[in-house]
Design a binder for this molecule. Structure first.
Ligand SMILES: Cc1cc2nc3c(=O)[nH]c(=O)nc-3n(C[C@H](O)[C@H](O)[C@H](O)COP(=O)(O)O)c2cc1C
Length: 216
C-alpha cells in the first residue's frame, strides 16, 4: 500500500489489518536466546544506522528470540531487563507484528502470545516498507504500571524507556546484518484498535526489522 493511500485511509479511520498468512499459533515458545558473543559494542555502535529497504524473508526463530532478548529480555536474577525503566516500572510491552499475527513478547516466559490473528504490519506505519518487511515491533506503554510516577511525567518516562529498547534493537541489528528503523510517523489509534489495547495502554513508537534488501 502506498503512503498516500495509508494517509487517506488513516484520515477516514479505515487503516485496517490484512488477513493473516500462515499459522496464527496462540502462543509461540521462543528458543533459548544466545546471550553471549556478538559484535563488540564499539563496532556495533560504529555500524548503527537507520535503513528503510527490507527483504521480505522471515527471520529464523532463533534470531527473533535473540533480537527480542536484546530488545527487552530478562538479563539478571530478579527480573531486570536489558533496557532501563523509571522506578523499574517495566511499563513497556513489545508487540511483534508478523504475517501470521500480532503477538505480545512475554520476556519472563520467553514466549510470544497472540493478540490478533491478522497481519497488521501495514497498520504499524504510514511508510510503504512496513507492509512487506517481515517484522514490525510496536512499543506500548501500560500506564497502569506507572502508578508511582507523576501523571505528567508518565509519557516522557515511557518514551525514554522505549527509546532505550529501540537502541538495543539498532545495536542488535548492526551486529547481526539486519536493517532497522525506529518510527514515530504512525497512526496510533489504528494500531491501538488493531492490537485491541485498553485505555491504559499508549502506543509510543514502532520499529521495522528485517534483512536489508540487496540490489537484484
Ligand atoms: C523519535 C524518532 C522518531 C523517528 N521516526 C521516524 C519515522 O517515522 N520514519 C522514519 O523513516 N524514520 C524515523 N526516525 C529515524 C530518523 O529519521 C533517523 O534516526 C535519522 O534520520 C538519523 O539517521 P540514522 O538513524 O541512520 O542515524 C525516527 C527517529 C527517532 C529518534
Amino acid at each position: 500500500m502506498t503512503t498516500l493511500t495509508k494517509i487517506a485511509l488513516g484520515m477516514m479511520g479505515a487503516l485496517r489489518p490484512k488477513p493473516a498468512t500462515g499459522d496464527s499459533a496462540t502462543s509461540i515458545s521462543l528458543p533459548q536466546p544466545a546471550v553471549q558473543g556478538g559484535l563488540p559494542l564499539m563496532e556495533a555502535l560504529a555500524l548503527r544506522h537507520s535503513a528503510r529497504e527490507f527483504a521480505p524473508e522471515a527471520l529464523p526463530m532463533a534470531l527473533l528470540s535473540n533480537l527480542l532478548w536484546a530488545a527487552y529480555g530478562i538479563n539478571r536474577a530478579g527480573g531486570g531487563r536489558t533496557a532501563p525503566s523509571a522506578l523499574n516500572a517495566q511499563e513497556i510491552d513489545v508487540f511483534v507484528a508478523l504475517p501470521s499475527g500480532a503477538y505480545r513478547y512475554d520476556a519472563v516466559a520467553n514466549r510470544l502470545d497472540l493478540v490478533a490473528a491478522s497481519d497488521l504490519r501495514s497498520v504499524t506505519g504510514y511508510q510503504d516498507f512496513v507492509d512487506e518487511a517481515p517484522l514490525d515491533l510496536v512499543y506500548v506503554a501500560d500506564h497502569a504500571r506507572m502508578g508511582l510516577i507523576p501523571v505528567a511525567q508518565r509519557e516522557s518516562y515511557a518514551s525514554a524507556a522505549a527509546g532505550a529498547i529501540a537502541q538495543n534493537v539498532y545495536l542488535f541489528a548492526a551486529g547481526n546484518g539486519l536493517a532497522t528503523v525506529i518510527r514515530a510517523w504512525i497512526d496510533r489509534a489504528a494500531i491501538a484498535d488493531a492490537l485491541g489495547l485498553t485505555h491504559d495502554q499508549q502506543v509510543l513508537l514502532s520499529q521495522t526489522v528485517g534483512y536489508p534488501r540487496t540490489a537484484a
